[in-house]
Design a protein around this ligand. Structure first.
Ligand SMILES: [Zn+2]
Length: 458
């Protein structure tokens, strides 16, 4: 026992089942986490940590799980309301893509207030489900609106320049003449990267282009180079359904991932989203590149791509690919449900994902994809304090036996009690601490009513 007096710290979480997601995947069944300012200073067995630290504030986790904040690598914040307004007309045969495009298109003309309502609902929904950071794919017309929302809510985000598409690809909407223009896109690249000047900013910037056949090779090369020069991730949609993957295969004369590997565009600093359609010859170049694949499990159900192509994600995960989750657009699934969907898809593909794998996919793998592994994604001394504390006083959490399985498959995010981002408690007892939730819900309803009226639905 040391004679030194305990060190002061701002916060100590005690009596938790602490899942660190550190490289050893350490767990402390009766553990504690000490936080000072925005940084984790110690993680370990409670007895050890409480002797070493004298906190200003203590949270008793009451034996419930304590884990790193979840990270979502792909969410279109301005579709929050639209995705719930579109009809769920069955699409029994064929590609659902054109139907979805038409139905989304009806609501696309949003006013500033509607976009704001969508963004703040997005942020609130994420935080209340234990998500502490997300990556925007470059589809928010006014990234400043989302940045403002993030600052108000205490949510992290990485934002990208909007509308980065210069080819009218198979999934692109009709636009005014001149929209699909390489010069316009090249001029717009990197406009969000100033956000990285402040290392403590909750809101960061990266480079995304839309992808899925909407980009020239010139734009793709320029965007990747811009990301590399600025030390940020490069990200785009890819191979969601046979129309975009087939379009690329035809224009390149080979499978798209083969072509890009040859061009040197795949490496451990880029992430591609969806990848529902992967030809066998594409798997090895993906593995060799060290790139991240963002998996949206619900999307492959919705677009029925699993009828024609197996989901390669579980197999690629076990072969070492950095797989992480995105929600994309909440059509028939929402925050906290990806783990259950992915688990069941894996089983159907005669693969298996352990609950710890699902936790890694949703935490540390997201941080790796954001190139922020040094500060986010796990509970380790020196990392930023993005922490989720669960509660056990609900039927789904009983018995306390397979704790990780309960988190990822049974309670899902229903029992998120406290969420800490950058050392600040932003959710407590399941409710946001900084804003009036009821006001946000009213804002959302009013925006939805306006959107329905403009679309001629009511
Ligand atoms: Zn998307």
């Amino acid at each position: 026992m040391s004679n030194e007096s305990p060190q002061k710290c701002d916060l100590l979480i005690r009596n938790g089942y602490v899942i660190t997601m550190d490289p050893e995947r350490s767990k402390h069944p009766k553990g504690a986490v000490a936080v000072d300012g925005n940084t984790i200073v110690a993680v370990g067995p409670e007895q050890e940590i409480t002797t070493r630290y004298s906190p200003l504030r203590v949270i008793d986790a009451k034996g419930a799980a304590v884990h790193p904040g979840f990270i979502d690598l792909h969410y279109h914040a301005t579709t929050y309301l639209i995705s719930k307004l579109i009809d769920d007309t069955p699409v029994p045969t064929g590609d659902a893509g054109p139907w979805v495009a038409e139905n989304y298109g009806r609501f696309r003309a949003m006013e500033d207030e509607d976009q704001y309502a969508s963004c703040i609902l997005t942020g609130l929904d994420m935080l209340k489900n234990g998500f502490t950071m997300f990556m925007d794919p470059g589809t928010i017309d006014e990234p400043d609106v989302m940045a403002e929302v993030c600052e108000a809510l205490g949510l992290r985000a990485s934002l990208a320049d909007p509308a980065m598409m210069d080819i009218h690809g198979p999934q692109q909407p009709e636009q005014e003449a001149g929209f699909y223009d390489t010069e316009r896109c090249l001029k717009g690249l990197g406009k969000q990267l100033w956000r990285n000047d402040d290392p403590d900013s909750l809101v960061r910037g990266h480079v995304s282009i839309y992808g899925m056949g909407s980009q020239s090779v010139e734009l793709m090369k320029a965007a990747k180079a811009c990301a590399d020069e600025n030390d940020v991730p490069f990200n785009m949609h890819q191979s969601q359904s046979i129309d975009d993957a087939g379009f690329d295969r035809e224009r390149f004369g080979k499978a798209p991932f083969i072509y890009w590997a040859e061009l040197g565009l795949l490496d451990d600093r880029c992430s591609y989203v969806h990848n529902n359609i992967l030809w066998k010859e594409e798997l090895q170049p993906i593995i060799d590149s060290g790139m991240t694949l963002v998996w949206v499990p619900g999307n492959s159900f919705y677009y029925r791509s699993r009828k024609t192509f197996p989901t390669e994600m579980p197999g690629l995960y076990h072969r070492g690919v950095n797989i992480t989750f995105g929600i994309d657009v909440c059509k028939t699934w929402t925050f906290g449900q990806n783990s259950l969907l992915a688990y069941n898809i894996a089983r159907e593909e005669e693969q298996y994902l352990f609950p710890d794998d699902l936790l890694a996919i949703q935490t540390i793998n997201g941080a790796k994809a954001l190139l922020l592994e040094d500060r986010l994604g796990s509970l380790e001394p020196g990392k930023r304090a993005d922490i989720v504390i669960r509660r056990n006083d609900l039927p789904e959490a009983v018995p306390q036996h397979h704790i990780e399985r309960a988190l990822m498959l049974h309670t899902l995010t229903k029992n998120v009690d406290t969420v800490i981002v950058d050392g600040r408690i932003v959710v407590k007892n399941g409710h946001h601490t900084l804003i009036d939730e009821e006001f946000v819900y009213q804002l959302g309803q009013k925006a939805a009513d306006r959107m329905l009226e403009r679309a001629g639905v009511k």
